[in-house]
Design a binder for this molecule. Structure first.
Ligand SMILES: C[C@H](O)[C@H](O)[C@H]1CNC2=NC(N)=NC(=O)C2=N1
Length: 107
């Protein structure tokens, strides 16, 4: 998969299929609410997918919320297909781990 920066239009198109995901500080970002008992298994599944893809998110866990921020270091921090593909994988894994994406914070 090429590490070519996506255009704003390509990112907007990808976001149409990624509810709750948005670009924040130049990173593809989303926050998922999960039960405390589910959050570690959810992240374990994400970590396995990251290693499979050799592409890794910045992850923040605070109480029952796990947030992901994605960009491609090998593309100078731009958002690439690697980021949108991993975001799709995370979204699919969330569904299987009772994790719900939170609406974008407008603040
Ligand atoms: C050597 C290894 O393949 C690279 O460093 C991978 C690892 N995971 C990565 N993750 C992210 N987010 N961006 C990268 O460019 C990247 N590169």
């Amino acid at each position: 998969m090429p590490a070519t920066p996506l255009t704003d239009d390509q990112i907007a198109k990808a976001l149409e299929g990624l509810p709750g995901w948005h670009v924040e500080n130049g990173e593809l970002t989303a926050a998922y609410k999960s039960g405390r008992a589910d959050i570690v298994p959810f992240y374990a599944a994400v970590a396995a997918a990251e290693d499979e893809a050799d592409h890794h998110a910045r992850v923040t866990i605070l109480y029952g919320t796990i947030s992901f921020a994605l960009n491609t270091h090998d593309a100078g921090g731009a958002i690439t297909e690697k980021d949108t593909a991993l975001a799709s994988t995370i979204a699919a894994l969330a569904a299987g781990h009772d994790a719900t994406v939170t609406a974008r914070s407008t603040g």
